[in-house]
Write a new protein. Structure first.
Length: 313
């Protein structure tokens, strides 16, 4: 197919606006939007039309937006609503970029994950992608520095100013942690079985540790309005930090060894990379099967962690 010329957006607030901005920069405008209510859809359509200069249609229902004259869809609604929206657009043969997690509901079992992912894979025929764009950081870092021959330990931390608390922090940020782990271990360990899971949940902090194919893994996630934002990963004894800068209104992002900001190396914006790969793949009629395999692994790992009993703090 030709490169997508327009996209539909389900869930225009928050991360949905970031998607709108980045697709606009890529030359592919959002032209139809669906929010939680018809009135919210109208407000969002008016705001996006004014901000980005392309007419956006306000849709009142999922049936209406899936019938819109677009080439692809972006799903940024709450996770418990992802599945219905994904299946609606796959039913009309659209490429779909879904925000993480791929889908969710409380108490989701690994068996349910397997059943749902099998159904989605059959319906998607390679047209479904999950936006876990922070995998770009280990990808580009290890392209330059090389991976260690043996992986013994993995660490990950992500602190944001997001609104979620308690277990909801895990639902929001675990997909980033687990997709980074799978990016680093890509080609080594194909299964999704975790052992020795330990989890601690507080109001603004979610931590877990587990063994994955002999790799000791530790994850720390935080969200609060006054949290100092940070992102980093550790492989064995080597830690890497993300550094963000805004100069004259222009955003740039860097990677550096922890404690060595003077060595910071500028890298491409992972959001930009993710959207470009989605659009280029759709234009080429590419099947995103490998990405779906990883999405299934992330969901299976996530279900194991989230259903594991936690120590409350």
């Amino acid at each position: 197919m030709a490169r997508p010329q327009s996209v539909a957006l389900v869930g225009p607030s928050g991360i949905g606006r970031i998607h709108t901005r980045e697709f606009h920069r890529a030359g592919v405008p959002v032209t139809a939007v669906l929010a939680s209510t018809p009135e919210s859809s109208r407000r969002a359509a008016d705001t996006l039309t004014e901000e980005f200069g392309t007419m956006v249609k306000a849709c009142a229902t999922l049936e209406e937006i899936k019938a819109a004259n677009v080439d692809a869809a972006i799903i940024c609604s709450p996770p418990e609503q992802h599945l219905e929206a994904i299946e609606a657009f796959l039913a009309v043969d659209k490429y779909v970029l879904c925000e993480k997690p791929l889908f969710w509901q409380d108490g989701l079992s690994t068996g349910a994950v397997d059943e749902i992912c099998t159904r989605l894979e059959a319906r998607a025929a390679g047209r479904l992608v999950v936006n876990t764009n922070n995998t770009w950081f280990p990808e580009t870092w290890f392209e330059r520095h090389g991976k260690p021959e043996k992986l013994d330990a993995f660490g990950f931390h992500f602190y944001t100013n997001g609104p979620f608390r308690g277990d909801a922090i895990g639902v929001d940020l675990l997909p980033h942690a687990l997709s980074v782990l799978l990016e680093i271990t890509s080609g080594y360990y194909p299964d999704s079985v975790l052992a020795g899971i330990e989890k601690t949940v507080a109001d603004n902090r979610f931590t877990c540790s587990f063994d994955y194919a002999g790799i000791g893994c530790d994850i720390e996630l935080r969200q609060s309005s006054d949290c100092a934002r940070a992102f980093g990963f550790r492989v064995n004894d080597s830690s890497v930090e993300r550094i963000q800068r805004i100069v004259d209104g222009e955003y740039s992002v860097y990677l550096a060894r922890a404690g060595h900001p003077e060595e910071a190396l500028e890298v491409a914006d992972p959001f930009e990379i993710s959207i470009r790969r989605f659009l280029d793949g759709a234009a080429a009629g590419r099947r995103f099967d490998a990405e779906m395999v990883k999405a299934r692994q992330v969901m299976t790992m996530m279900a194991q962690i989230m259903t594991n009993p936690s120590d409350a703090v």
